[in-house]
Design a protein around this ligand. Sequence first.
Ligand code: HAM
Length: 422
Amino acid sequence: MSIKYTSITGFKDILPEAIYAWQYVEDICRKIFKSSGYREIRTPLIEKTELFKRSIGETTDIVEKEMYTFIDKNGESLTIRPEGTASVVRSYIENNIKMKEKIFKIFYMGPMFRHERPQKGRLRQFHQIGAEIFNVSAPSAETELLLIINSIFDNLNVTNLHLHINSVGCPSCRPEYSKELKKYLKSNINNLCDNCRRRSDTNPMRALDCKNEECRVILDKAPVISEYLCKECKTHLNNLQLYLKELNINYIYNQSLVRGLDYYTKTAFEIVSDEEGAQNAVVAGGRYDNLVEIFGGEPTPAVGFAIGVERLLRFAHIPEDTNASPELFVATIGREAYSVAIKLAMLLRTKGIYVETGYSDRSLKSQMRLADKLKAKYVLMIGEEELKNKSALLKNMSNSRQEIISIKTEDDFLNSLKGKIT
Ligand code: HAM
């Protein structure tokens, strides 16, 4: 009995019919990143578990429940990356980048892995396109990143998404707020869900993210961080808002926005759709001014974002692929004709022209059917007779007109295609 294999829950194939949209989005992002001075970085998919625990935070959902962690053959605990920022920070320090580059701007694209409950818009292997800037403490860095995201959206005709921003404070003002929030949560503990109860002890700010309706009633009245921000965090937030206003970037100042990762300081943002549910964030990011230092590097401010590609694709308008059909389809009869034809096909292919062949073991009729199905613009037929005369029959598929062309030399062949095949 043969076993039928299926992919793992939450892991999906991206089939060739979907790839054009993916590449279109990636190409747009690459262009915009390049013209803004961001270069690509590719870090390993697997890192030491400790890296993610220390950066994302021991008491976050990602670290507590969602990481693909395993012990490798050397007995070391490793994790398949749940996000990209921690690896980039590790690489920044390990490669001494600060010594070489005052401001480091990079982007990345690739799969991330989280063992979440799969549902609409939530996968276990999903893809992010992200960017990070190191060593700029001014809110002009956030502003540039938000403008880059807007430019990506404009190019993809993405509308109806809303930017929410908040400040989550810094180590000098957040502890005081956390203390007050903890006190408030404790005084309402009997009306909170189990998750919020636990979080009230371990990570009270994470409770603010709870979607439970009964908890929401209490959480909506909880102390807000804006009243506890230190002068530096307040000024940073105010200046960022001034930039956004001056540049006509619409935003909602959302004081209950907290992120699912602990490394953020000052700015946190999300770009969300109107759709109901927790899976509505298409882009998320923020500042993490202490992470480089936490990892043992010199204090270095940093900020970045990541777009969820699967989620972005639901809102993007991708134009039709105009290069999807072959310019030329070569149909042949017999082995000898195929050898001649494939040489001619490769001559055009090396010039970047899309050429298909019918492979010679099928009847001419079935090769023509295939050419039709692929919507080939021209068909080149070579049979015994043509082979003898060093010629071929060229058929224009849009008007069925046929002509005999010479294939005596490569130049003869190329000349007869002039003005027909681009
Ligand atoms: P994040 O909010 O965990 O942030 O993820 C960023 C985006 O990835 C989300 O807004 C969403 O679009 C997408 N995403 C996350 N989880 C899933 C999932 N299970 N299925 C589908 N899409 C998902 C980060 O990862 C930070 N590293 C962002 C960042 C970069 N902050 C600073 N720099």
